[in-house]
Design a protein around this ligand. Structure first.
Ligand SMILES: Nc1ncnc2c1ncn2[C@@H]1O[C@H](COP(=O)(O)OP(=O)(O)OP(=O)(O)O)[C@@H](O)[C@H]1O
Ligand SMILES: [Mg+2]
Length: 305
């Protein structure tokens, strides 16, 4: 028998005046998922997450958290960071968490212990007594996750948790999220613009555009669907000449920048040697010709075209 989903959204619509921010959205996060929620700027991700958590009103639709449609009852099972978490800069990280706990009705030794536990979990114990105002963006994000973890949620909802972080900060958050999912058994719903990150981190993905879900599936499913064949990355001494030559070859689609400064192309049925011959024939000095696999960015571009 299938387990009750962690989150089940059905027919969710939310308008702001005439703008339909989220339209008739169905989305299911299964227990154990690390679900990547993707979409261009303004697609409606934050609105959908807010409405799903009952932070804003919804116009239509139902939301069930672990099978329960009474959000108040299910709230304790959910921890969330929606957009950048705010903290009192003059208070220490620990004091911020203590205050958050008190506001949600905790206190005494139990609260102290819980704060110590979540600080340890996000590796902020050493800096816990320092003022939050002096924290780096990455530390603030981890403090936000610590706050979301208080009370031991079974579902963690993170809206762009790596937004603005440097590579090290991103990696810390990514590894923390993975470890929360894999070791602590927490189901994760994470919105992000970082497609490579999502491809590496998530097992399921949904792509939202203009308030509607355009594609959903496991990463493997999305990568194997549709026109995925014949992707190659080409390097040349003169990349401008390469681009110009590609534009004149029938059946070859320019997908934009690839790895290491190469150009990403979809060649369909055209074999690599034929592509190479055509490029060389047009005077392009080809320096690399690398077969590549379809990635989440390709899928995203196709779906949101
Ligand atoms: N409080 C608001 N008042 C009016 N319109 C809003 C409000 N919040 C969002 N919108 C509009 O709703 C649509 C969806 O916005 P939303 O912030 O949910 O998108 P998003 O996918 O989270 O975008 P981003 O990737 O930039 O965070 C946009 O057209 C936006 O302008
Ligand atoms: Mg947003």
């Amino acid at each position: 028998m299938a387990e009750v989903p962690a989150l089940e959204i059905r027919g969710l619509t939310r308008r702001y005046g005439k703008v339909i921010a989220v339209e008739d959205l169905d989305l299911t996060v299964q227990v154990g998922d690390i679900y990547g929620f993707l979409g261009p700027n303004g697609a409606g991700k934050t609105t959908a997450l807010r409405a799903a958590l009952g932070l804003i009103r919804r116009d239509t639709g139902t939301v069930r958290l672990f099978g329960d449609d009474r959000l108040v009852g299910a709230r304790s099972k959910v921890g969330a960071i929606i957009e950048t978490p705010a903290f009192h800069s003059w208070m220490s990280g620990r004091e911020n968490l203590l205050q958050a706990g008190q506001l949600s009705g905790l206190g005494g030794v139990a609260l102290d212990r819980e704060v110590d536990r979540v600080l340890e979990r996000v590796e902020l114990t050493e800096r816990a007594q320092h003022k939050a105002g002096g924290y780096s963006l990455g530390m603030r994000q981890r403090l936000g996750i610590a706050r979301a973890l208080m009370g031991g949620p079974k579902l963690l909802v993170l809206d762009e948790p790596t937004n603005g972080l440097d590579p090290r900060g991103m990696r810390e958050v990514r590894e923390l999220v993975r470890s929360l999912a894999l070791h602590d058994g927490i189901t994760v719903l994470i919105s992000s613009h970082l497609l490579a990150e999502v491809q590496a981190m998530c097992n399921r993905v949904g792509i939202l555009q203009r308030g509607r879900l355009r594609a959903e599936g496991t990463v493997a499913e999305l990568l194997s669907e549709g026109a995925g064949d014949g992707i190659v990355e080409v390097g040349a001494l003169d990349m401008g000449a390469l681009s110009a030559a590609v534009a004149g070859i029938e059946g070859v689609e320019n997908l934009g920048a690839g790895a290491e400064g190469r150009l990403r192309l979809r060649c369909g049925e055209l074999p690599l040697y034929a592509l190479n011959a055509q490029l060389v024939g047009q005077g392009v000095q080809v320096s690399a010709l690398v077969p590549a696999r379809r990635n989440l960015e390709d899928v995203f571009m196709e779906v949101t075209r």
